[in-house]
Write a protein that binds this ligand. Structure first.
Ligand SMILES: [Zn+2]
Length: 673
């Protein structure tokens, strides 16, 4: 299920965020993590392995995970902290409607395995009945609207977005969706045959669990695969979707009548309870033309099979054991994970999603100090200062673009830790009854909340990420960067560590998010978050050439030894990494105390800085997951984030005395920010 829909928001990592590994006490001082280094590796050949090789050997991937890295370790640490708070809330009596009552009851209902297993799919019965009753295209539309209201993904996604051309205005949008495999290429391209076969069997098994005969279930499986393949064919690629112009087609209802003859948007809006919507952004018009054709050609009975599948698929991970196990079987084919996460972790993860800001409110009260907030704010101010200086000095930029870029930076807002105003959950009913019903109501709450924003002024106080999340993001539509409390803990951020360490880690993260305002995608939006060109033609041409060079450089990174990274998919994140590292380094050296920074355990301050930055990406990943991320993740793989970005920095070369002809020096160095 998807509760909050974000268009184009760039975050630091795909991982939604466990115990920071027991660090070997022999490392001294602890924040250098010298025991993570593999000194049998040469920093000139592969800095990632040099910095993280021993960490990799000491941290095999736990069976329940597809990959293991610092963010996941911090996430696990947070899960333990949050579970403790939730258990306390669940064991006490709280006033009805308080956030403590809601978070405690949600946890209680999710942990009540006996009730969940007894209930089976019963909570979904009314919705299956609705699907069963569909007879006409009109009925089909109404049920689709009902499923969308619960956050079930079927055929397309519908939600709210800031108007790309006028970011203060919230408009509705509809976008391609309705697939179950991770990407369109899983349906269409060679190399995914094994997954498609596993998916066929999975579909069949799920229909059998719903009570269909094996023969019927087999034919239903084929039908779903066929229909989803048709939707995949009409879908834009992820690379195409990175272009905001390609996904911006505002249309009035009248125009839509020509595009969609079989689907009435008026009726859909009215079924959603929003007859006042009179226009929307059809993000992917070709997809909706194909949807219209499918509505004419695919029988109502076939659509009913498709909708049954999407309903069960959305809730399978939260139902009785047979559904959960079958769902995990398919997930493990896609990611390589060997074991299901224990129930309590699954429940806390879900609670972080549906009640994320309620959990966050309790989290920051326990685990985030005003000192950490102040220190992080100071660091952000320094990175900003470094970017300001950088923009003033860039030799390739003309004065006109320079002024516009400085204005954009000036208008960029940053927020640290947690929102000033907490999200209001008062209309969401959570109780100790059915877990699935809690989830259905939460889905309806979130979707209603999103749609109610349409036509109203932008609420500036809102965050798109709860404070406990180990991540950060930049939103080009508001020109705003958010650094949640979750990431402001070691090894990212340590109040006791020297500046070189914090600038190499958190400085890198902050610089990365700030650079998103100036990457190949973010640079298309002005300081007010509007899709307006602020570049001179000459500078834009130079910028595109460099962005293309970045894409080419990253296409040279091979995953599992053979799969090339999609340079055009990762170029925005790659630019942000390189820019972020450069800004953090400059900001560190702008500190009046930088020249006093001590050499520690034989490592100079600059060496500490680069080791700290490389340590962020210490990770292990299963081959299945690595292949999946090459197709779906706009972030380059971890080894490539370190090696390719560092190889572009003369300061890194100098710090570790790397010879010119080594792989850790890019012969075609580029400089953007
Ligand atoms: Zn990013």
């Amino acid at each position: 299920m998807r509760y909050v829909i974000l268009l184009l928001t760039s975050c630091l990592l795909i991982w939604s965020s466990a115990s920071l590994c027991a660090t070997n006490p022999k490392s001294s001082p602890y924040f250098l993590h010298l025991d993570w280094l593999d000194e049998s590796q040469s920093p000139s050949q592969d800095f990632f392995l040099y910095a993280n090789g021993s960490w990799q050997k000491a941290h095999p991937i736990p069976a329940a995970y597809a990959s293991w890295n610092i963010m996941k370790i911090l996430h696990e640490k947070n899960l333990i902290r949050i579970q403790k708070m939730l258990k306390t809330a669940a064991n006490e009596t709280h006033p009805e409607g308080s956030i403590e009552q809601k978070v405690g009851d949600f946890y209680f209902s999710g942990m009540n395995a006996k009730a969940i297993n007894q209930e089976g799919v019963k909570a979904l019965d009314p919705y299956f009945q609705q699907i069963l009753k569909i007879q006409t295209l009109e009925d089909l539309q109404s049920v689709l609207a009902q499923l969308h209201q619960m956050g079930v993904s079927a055929v397309f996604q519908f939600g709210q977005m800031k108007d790309f051309k006028n970011s203060r205005q919230i408009i509705p949008y509809a976008m391609q969706a309705g697939l179950s495999l991770p990407d369109r290429s899983y349906y269409l391209e060679a190399g995914f045959e094994k997954i498609r076969q596993a998916y066929r069997l999975h579909l069949k098994q799920m229909f059998v669990l719903l009570g269909d005969s094996p023969a019927q279930a087999t034919s239903n499986a084929e039908l779903v695969l066929r229909l989803e393949t048709a939707l995949a064919q009409a879908s834009l690629t992820r690379i195409q979707m990175r272009d905001p112009h390609a996904i911006y087609h505002p249309m009035a209802l009248k125009q839509l009548r020509n595009l969609n003859k079989s689907f009435s948007w008026e009726k859909y809006f009215s079924d959603l309870g929003h007859p006042e919507f009179i226009s929307l952004n059809i993000a992917t018009p070709v997809f909706f033309t194909e949807f219209d054709r499918l509505l004419k050609e695919v029988s109502i009975s076939d659509w009913k099979v498709y909708l049954r599948w999407h309903l069960i698929q959305s809730f399978a991970p939260f139902l009785s054991d047979p559904f959960v196990k079958e769902n995990f079987k398919m997930a493990s084919q896609l990611t390589g994970a060997k074991k299901l996460l224990p129930r309590w972790k699954r429940v806390v993860n879900m609670e972080n999603t549906v009640l994320g800001f309620a959990v966050g409110q309790l989290y920051v009260a326990h685990y985030f100090t005003p000192e950490a907030k102040a220190k992080a704010q100071e660091l952000i101010d320094h990175i900003r200062q470094a970017l300001n200086q950088d923009l003033r000095q860039l030799s390739w930029m003309t004065p006109q673009t320079r002024l516009a870029a400085l204005k954009k930076l000036d208008l960029m807002r940053d927020r640290v830790g947690y929102p000033d105003r907490w999200l209001d959950y008062s209309t969401l009913q959570i109780d100790r009854g059915s877990y699935v019903l809690n989830l259905i109501r939460a889905g309806q709450f979130w979707q209603a909340r999103e749609l109610n924003k349409i036509g109203k002024p932008l609420d500036d106080s809102e965050w798109d990420m709860p404070p406990q999340e180990v991540n950060a993001y930049y939103d080009p539509s508001t020109n705003r960067l958010n650094i949640p409390a979750g990431i402001l803990q070691p090894p990212f951020f340590d109040l006791k560590a020297p500046d070189a360490i914090n600038y190499g880690a958190t400085g890198f993260v902050v610089g990365h998010e700030m650079t998103h305002g100036f990457d190949d995608e973010g640079s298309l939006f002005d300081g007010y978050g509007n899709l307006e060109n602020w570049w001179s033609a000459e500078d834009l041409e130079k910028f595109h050439q460099t962005a293309d060079a970045v894409a080419t450089q990253f296409s040279g990174c091979l995953v599992n030894g053979k799969l090339p990274v999609q340079g055009k998919l990762v170029s925005g994140e790659a630019i942000a990494d390189f820019g972020g590292l450069t800004l953090a380094y400059k900001a560190f050296h702008l500190l009046p105390t930088a020249h006093l920074a001590p050499t520690l355990a034989g490592y100079t301050p600059d060496q500490q800085f680069f080791l700290s930055a490389a340590h962020l990406w210490a990770s292990n990943i299963r081959p299945e997951e690595a292949s999946r991320l090459v197709v779906t993740d706009p972030h380059p793989p971890a080894f490539c984030r370190v090696n390719a970005s560092f190889a572009d920095m003369p300061e890194f070369q100098m710090a570790f005395a790397i010879p010119f002809n080594s792989p850790m020096v890019n012969s075609k160095r580029r400089s953007i920010w």
